[in-house]
Design a protein around this ligand. Structure first.
Ligand SMILES: [Zn+2]
Length: 385
């Protein structure tokens, strides 16, 4: 057999390789073996994907998959059914518990789980997040360097004090480890968003929750603040981080109308964002469609762009030789409504849903059994993994 799996007749969108059209995708030994029109050759299994979109496996750079707080969700269960094959846990763990995170979740998950390590040594565990004595860059940087295969940088979040200990601590740890930091920021009279973006963060660092109600992205006339444009020009990355409280259409829509899109679409998925605001990756992507972002841009900001941002450019595309992480998406037309973190709605005419997910060439999600034989044709079939 030439191939293990041949995905036939789907519409491939692979921004990095500039592919946007009907194409077959062939997989062998867990890798992309060929992409092109009417691929010939034999395959152990051929799947008809007419009418569906085929994209690189989605990359969600902000969610919570571990913790000593109750809100985390197991990564496989809440990502693979949405086409997400790589996720980045953002600071659920600090350096004190990171080896346990590796052992209990990262190494046991089917999907690729990467991480930002919290500047707070004890991680996201309540009161300790306000304790500046927990915010020591050196041990955070040491742990980042100890696990380069799993860690993409540092994280700071949830700090309500007057000083810069959290944000600057995360930035310092990232610099010591030659990585990036992701900042979840709550401005205070003593430390402004402008100072963060212009004076503290470096190009490549990420501000997450750009459309949160507590972030002064817009001025009093609902115009994007000049310093926000300046920050983008100097290379600061802006991430969605939908979450339970950080995605508001009343900020996102005027920002999008002025051309201020997020670099990356991400969910901040955890228990309080999973239900009412429905912050899954597919729903979050659909919200951007409803706000006027093109499908191609939505895919770009959920695949190639996040891979670049976390400096894992081997991911997020369907190049021959790349690991065969693939999402198969259906774009439904109809009348849909989507809810934000403030429980307000936007209406939309399109909705993305995931029908199949491949991780390293294995079918790990197959909602309509497209890779399965009809039971009448399957003989004396037994359970197979
Ligand atoms: Zn978060």
């Amino acid at each position: 057999m030439d191939y293990d799996l041949l995905l036939k007749g789907g519409h491939v969108i692979d921004p990095k390789n500039d592919i946007d059209g009907l194409c077959d995708v062939a997989v062998k030994d867990g890798k992309i073996a060929a992409v092109g029109q009417n691929i010939s050759g034999s395959a152990k299994k051929t799947v008809d994907l007419q009418g569906l979109y085929v994209t690189p496996g989605l990359i969600d750079i902000h969610l919570h998959a571990y913790g000593r707080f109750a809100a985390w969700l197991h990564p496989d269960d809440h990502n693979l059914p949405y086409g997400v094959t790589t996720c980045v846990d953002t600071g659920s763990s600090g350096w004190q518990h990171f080896p346990d995170f590796v052992e209990t979740i990262i190494e046991k998950s089917q999907m690729r789980v990467l991480a930002f390590i919290n500047i707070v040594g004890a991680g996201m565990a309540g009161a300790c997040e306000q304790d500046t004595s927990e915010m020591i860059p050196e041990p955070c940087a040491d742990m980042i360097k100890q696990y380069p295969q799993h860690v993409v940088g540092s994280k700071s979040a949830h700090y309500g004090g007057p000083g810069w200990e959290a944000a600057q601590g995360g930035i310092d740890a990232a610099r010591m480890a030659d990585t990036i930091t992701m900042v979840d920021f709550a401005p205070q009279p003593t430390r402004s968003y402008e100072e963060l973006l212009i004076e503290h963060m470096a190009p490549g660092d990420i501000h997450t929750h750009l459309y949160a109600s507590h972030i002064p992205l817009l001025d009093e006339n609902k115009k994007i603040n000049d310093y926000v444009w300046k920050a983008r020009e100097r290379g600061i990355i802006f991430d969605t981080g939908h979450g339970g409280g950080s995605f508001w259409f009343r900020i996102a829509v005027p920002a999008m109308q002025q051309g201020f899109q997020p670099d990356t679409i991400s969910t901040d998925l955890h228990r309080s964002s999973r239900l009412r605001p429905n912050a899954t990756m597919n729903a979050t992507m659909s919200k951007f469609l409803a706000m006027g972002m093109s499908l191609q841009e939505v895919i770009y900001r959920s695949t190639q762009r996040p891979a670049e941002v976390i400096r894992r450019t081997e991911l997020g595309h369907l190049s021959v030789g790349a690991e065969a992480d693939v999402a198969v998406l259906e774009l439904l037309d109809g009348q849909f409504g989507f809810v934000d973190s403030g429980r307000a709605r936007i209406d939309g005419a399109q909705k993305l849903e995931c029908r199949m997910t491949l991780k390293a060439g294995d079918v790990v999600w197959d909602e309509y059994g497209k890779s399965c034989p009809l039971w009448e044709d399957a003989g004396e079939y037994k359970r197979a993994d």
